[in-house]
Design a protein around this ligand. Structure first.
Ligand code: PEP
Ligand code: MG
Length: 592
C-alpha cells in the first residue's frame, strides 16, 4: 500500500507510531431463538449471570481507574453500571424473555432498541452520550452471553495503534493500559467519555476517521502514524515521513521537558513586565496539569460540565461543594475563578429545550437562563458561597449584558447568604464577584459595570461572534472570524481602560489568549492576565518572555487605524520583527 492520509479530529496532542490493530465493537447479527417453555427460567438465569459478570468487570475497571487515573474518570463507569443496576431495565429484558419466549440476546436487543428510541426523540448531545453508555453496557453483556473474549493486547508488541469503529470508555482504558500507543476511531465526539479518557491517559487520538476500518481490516502489519495535533492519520508512511515523525516525537518530548522546567520561573517580559498566566479548565482532572505548569490560578472553570455530567439529575449542593472545594484548595493560595452555569445556546440544557427559540445564541443563555430558573441555580450559588472559606474563590457570571443582571445576582446571593447564616453554614461575605465581558454592549458600558464588580474576564470566543456577527461554528463565514479586526481591538482596549480606571482586575480567557501569535497584541491592549488551556500555559509564558511590552501599545494603536486584514498582517509582521531585533540579549534589560 502507498502512503496516504486520512483526516479526522485530533483530540489529544502528540504523535503515535505503530502497527494498526482493528478492533470491532459490532457484535454481529443477533438471532431470535425461540425457547421451549421449560427453558425460560434457565435463560433468565443465564442473563442474570452475564449481567453479574459484566457488573463485576466494570467495577474492577472502575477501581483500577480510580487508583491509576482519577476518581472523576472512574465515575464514567458508574453511568454504565446505572443501567445494569436499574431494576426496570433488567425486568424489561426478563419480561421479553418470558413473554415472547426468546433468547436473552434478542430480549436485550429489544429492550435496548426501545430505550434508544426514547433517547432519539430528544435532541441533546448529552443524552446521546448517555445512550452510548447504554449501548456499551449491553454489548458487554452480549459478549458475556456469547462467551466472547474481550479485546486484549497482551500478546501484541508495544507499538500498537487501535483502529476501531467505536471504542467504549472501558475498552479505551483497558487498551490504553495495555500500552496501545494511539487510537483511530471512526465515531465519537470531542466531549465523549472515550475522548476524555484518551486525553487523560495522554494517548494520541484522532476521531471521526470514516472508512479507517474498511481500509485497514484485512491488511497485516500495516504501519500508521496518529498525529493527534493535526487530526491526521498517515497510513503506510514512507520511511521519510516516519523519520520526520520520529524527529517530531523526540522534539516534542524535549520541548515539553524544557517548557515544564521553564514554566516554574517568574513570568516577566524582556522589559520586566509581570504577566499572570492562568488555566482554563472544564474538568477537575485538568487541575493537575495546571499545577504542573505552575498556572497562576484557574482563570475559568466552566461549571456546566458538572451539570452535563449529572444530567438528567441535577447536581446536589454537596456535589457542587465537593468539586469547588477541591479546585479552590488545590489551587490555593492562587485564585480559582468559577463561572456559574453557562447553559443554553449551543450548550445543552434540557430546562431550555422547549424555549430555545429560533436563534439560541441570542436567547435564554448564561446568566439569563440561571436567573430565570433559580431552582437549578440555587444549589450552585449556595455551594459557591460555602466554598469561599476553603481558599481564594472568585465567582464569575457569564453573558452579562445589562447592569440589572449584576444587581439581580447580588440580591439573589444576599438571599442565599441569609439562608446559609440561618442554617449555621460558614461562608465569606466579601467574596469577589466578576463578570465575563462577551457581549459588545457590555464592553461599551464596561466603565459602568466596573463600578459594580470586582473583576472582568473577557470571553473573546463569544465577543468576536457577537461583535462581528459571525457564528464561531459556521464554516461558511470562518474567514470573517477575525480576532484582529480593529473593531474588536478597540473593544478590548476599552474594557482594559475601564477596569484600570476603577482599579479592578481584568483578564482574557477566550481562545485568543492561547495563540502565541496574538500574545503581543493582547499585551499591547494592556492585558496583564491571560487564561488558557493548561497545555498552553508554558507556551504562552515562553512567548511573554520573548517580548518587549513597552512598544506594544503603539503597535495596537496603529492596528486600530488600519482598514484591511492584509494591511494589519503586513504591519504586524514588520513591527514584530523589529521588536525582536531591538530586544536586548536573551534576558532583556534589568527591570530597574
Ligand atoms: C468565551 O466566550 O470566550 C469563553 C471563554 O466562554 P465559552 O467558550 O465557554 O463560551
Ligand atoms: Mg463564552
Amino acid at each position: 500500500m502507498k502512503q496516504h492520509l486520512l483526516h479526522g479530529i485530533g483530540v489529544t496532542e502528540g504523535v503515535a507510531i505503530g502497527t494498526a490493530v482493528c478492533v470491532s465493537n459490532h457484535i454481529g447479527d443477533i438471532l431470535q431463538i425461540p425457547l421451549a417453555e421449560d427453558e425460560v427460567e434457565k435463560e433468565i438465569r443465564r442473563f442474570g449471570q452475564a449481567v453479574e459478570q459484566t457488573r463485576s468487570d466494570i467495577q474492577g475497571l472502575r477501581n483500577r481507574v480510580e487508583t491509576e487515573i482519577s476518581e472523576e474518570i472512574a465515575r464514567i463507569f458508574d453511568a454504565q453500571c446505572l443501567f445494569l443496576n436499574d431494576p426496570s431495565f433488567l425486568s424489561s429484558v426478563e419480561d421479553h424473555i418470558r413473554d415472547e419466549r426468546v433468547n436473552a440476546e434478542w430480549a436485550l436487543k429489544e429492550t435496548m432498541t426501545e430505550i434508544q428510541q426514547r433517547f432519539d426523540l430528544i435532541d441533546s448531545q448529552h443524552l446521546r452520550e448517555r445512550s452510548e453508555d447504554l449501548r456499551y453496557a449491553c454489548r458487554y453483556v452480549v459478549r458475556h452471553l456469547r462467551g466472547l473474549d474481550l479485546h486484549h493486547l497482551s500478546e501484541v508488541a508495544n507499538d500498537v495503534v487501535i483502529v476501531a469503529d467505536d471504542l467504549s470508555p472501558s475498552d479505551a482504558v483497558r487498551l490504553g493500559r495495555e500500552n496501545a500507543a494511539g487510537f483511530v476511531i471512526e465515531h465519537g465526539s470531542r466531549t465523549s467519555h472515550t475522548t476524555i479518557i484518551a486525553r487523560s491517559l495522554n494517548i494520541p487520538a484522532v476521531l471521526g476517521v470514516h472508512g479507517a476500518q474498511a481500509l485497514l481490516t484485512d491488511q497485516s502489519e500495516i504501519r500508521v502514524v496518529v498525529d493527534g495535533s493535526r487530526g491526521v492519520v498517515v497510513v503506510a508512511p514512507s520511511e521519510e515521513t516516519l523519520d520526520g515523525y520520529r524527529e517530531q516525537k523526540v522534539a516534542l518530548r524535549q520541548r515539553e521537558k524544557e517548557l515544564q522546567v521553564e514554566s516554574q520561573l517568574p513570568v516577566l517580559s524582556r522589559d520586566g513586565v509581570a504577566v499572570q498566566v492562568m488555566a482554563n479548565i472544564d474538568l477537575p482532572e485538568e487541575i493537575e496539569e495546571a499545577q504542573r505548569f505552575d498556572a497562576a490560578g484557574i482563570g475559568l472553570y466552566r461549571s456546566e460540565f458538572l451539570y452535563i455530567e449529572k444530567s438528567p439529575e441535577l447536581p446536589s449542593e454537596e456535589e457542587h461543594l465537593a468539586l469547588y472545594r477541591q479546585i479552590v484548595e488545590r489551587m490555593a493560595p492562587n485564585p480559582a475563578i468559577i463561572r456559574t452555569y453557562d447553559l443554553g445556546g449551543r450548550k445543552i440544557a434540557r430546562e431550555v429545550m422547549e424555549t430555545q427559540g429560533e436563534n439560541p445564541a441570542l436567547g435564554l443563555r448564561g446568566i439569563r437562563l440561571t436567573m430565570a430558573r433559580q431552582n437549578i441555580f440555587k444549589s450552585q450559588v449556595r455551594a459557591l458561597l460555602r466554598a469561599t472559606v476553603f481558599g481564594d474563590l472568585w465567582i464569575m457570571l457569564p453573558l452579562v449584558t445589562i447592569l440589572e443582571e449584576v444587581h439581580a445576582f447580588r440580591a439573589f446571593a444576599e438571599e442565599m447568604m441569609a439562608e446559609l447564616e440561618a442554617e449555621g453554614h460558614a461562608f465569606r461575605r466579601d467574596f469577589r464577584l466578576g463578570i465575563m465581558i462577551e457581549v459588545p454592549a457590555a464592553a461599551m458600558i464596561s466603565d459602568l459595570l466596573a463600578k459594580e464588580v470586582d473583576f472582568f474576564s473577557i470571553g473573546t470566543n463569544d465577543l468576536i461572534q457577537y461583535a462581528l456577527a459571525v457564528d464561531r461554528n459556521n464554516e461558511h463565514v470562518a474567514n470573517l472570524y477575525r480576532p484582529l479586526h480593529p473593531g474588536l481591538l478597540r473593544l478590548l482596549r476599552q474594557v482594559v481602560a475601564s477596569a484600570r480606571a476603577e482599579g479592578i482586575e481584568v483578564s482574557l480567557c477566550g481562545e485568543m489568549a492561547a495563540d502565541p501569535a496574538l500574545t503581543p497584541i493582547l499585551l499591547g491592549c494592556g492585558l496583564r492576565r491571560l487564561s488558557v488551556n493548561p497545555r498552553q500555559v508554558p507556551v504562552i509564558k515562553h512567548r511573554i518572555r520573548s517580548l518587549t511590552v513597552g512598544r506594544l501599545a503603539e503597535v495596537v494603536d496603529v492596528c486600530c487605524q488600519l482598514g484591511t486584514q492584509a494591511e494589519i498582517d503586513a504591519y504586524l509582521r514588520q513591527a514584530l520583527e523589529e521588536e525582536q531585533e531591538t530586544a536586548v540579549g536573551p534576558e532583556g534589560p534589568s527591570p530597574g
